[in-house]
Ligand binder design. Structure first.
Ligand SMILES: Nc1ncnc2c1ncn2[C@@H]1O[C@H](COP(=O)(O)OP(=O)(O)OP(=O)(O)O)[C@@H](O)[C@H]1O
Length: 266
């Protein structure tokens, strides 16, 4: 286990207790945490003709039930590659990664599809909503194939868009569309919410509203939430900040005092 293990704020211990999976652990000591992701020695090499691009160069990382993690780093540092591997969208070149006690490295395509469907909600920079469906219908589409879904109205309420449920994407602002995308991602009540630059296409004010929605879901549902950004201000919201540089973990920082989204300035 890593040396920063004992430093997690009380908030995370509380979230762990609230997490659905916490009952699986018999260790109730204040320093116990349920590892959701455990990755060791992850590398990813993309072969581009004659050239090898080393996106990850040996990443060791753990993420815990209920925490809010920001993955921070410059463009090209490997953030999306790491998130895609954790989310089962990609596989490492070498190294091991597991979700709870399920190895993702040994999983085949079908296993990874089922893993993503059951456990992971994704939010990307661009919202990818279906233009011909209302907000509610966009959310229902995912909830329909889930085992224990949130009602689409409830998911939209959590992101502050219940009143706009019958609106089409073209009738919503960029920030509102992103919040529908977040409602869609949580509609299946995922264990993990993975967000890749969720505010990248938004102005500051709208970005803050989107971050507030993500933080509320982390808080209310106890969903392990990982947000990728190159914006250091956003890192102040996190329980922990994993900084990547050139495909390596450069630093892991524990925020003793998390800021609320509305306090952020950038
Ligand atoms: N499919 C791919 N084929 C080839 N190279 C890739 C591929 N995906 C990523 N890379 C390369 O791997 C490195 C890491 O990319 P990655 O997208 O993970 O970085 P990032 O930190 O998320 O960057 P950004 O903030 O710009 O999205 C980069 O050099 C990138 O060009």
């Amino acid at each position: 286990m890593s040396s920063f293990r004992l430093n997690l704020p009380d908030h995370v211990q509380v979230m762990k207790a609230a997490d659905k999976s916490a009952g699986q652990s018999s260790d109730n000591s204040p320093t116990s945490r349920t590892a959701v992701f455990t990755a060791h020695g992850l590398t990813k090499v993309y072969r581009m003709g004659e050239v090898d691009v080393h996106a990850l160069r040996g990443v060791d990382v753990e993420m815990y039930a209920g925490e809010f993690v920001v993955i921070l780093g410059a463009s090209g540092s490997g953030k999306s590659t790491l998130l895609n591997i954790l989310g089962g969208l990609d596989v490492p070149t070498s190294g091991r990664v597991s979700f709870r006690d399920q190895s993702l490295t040994d999983a085949d395509e079908d296993d990874l599809t089922e893993y993503r469907r059951e456990h992971i909600g994704f939010v990307f920079q661009f919202y990818n909503l279906i233009a011909s469906l209302t907000a509610k219908e966009n959310v229902a589409l995912v909830a329909d194939i889930a085992k224990d879904p949130l009602e689409p109205e409830e998911a939209l309420r959590k992101v502050g868009l219940y009143d706009r449920r019958d609106h089409y994407p073209s009738q919503l602002s960029g920030g509102e569309q992103q919040r529908v995308a977040i409602a869609r991602a949580i509609g299946k009540r995922p264990d993990v919410l993975l967000c890749d630059e969720p505010t990248g296409a938004l102005d500051v004010k709208t970005g803050v509203i989107v971050l507030e929605a993500i933080a509320r879901i982390n808080q209310d549902l106890g969903t392990l939430t990982a947000v990728i950004t190159h914006n250091a201000a956003i890192a102040e919201m996190a329980d922990r900040v994993i900084s990547l540089s050139d495909g390596r973990v450069a630093e892991i920082h524990v925020n003793q005092n998390r800021k609320e989204a509305k306090e952020l300035v950038w």
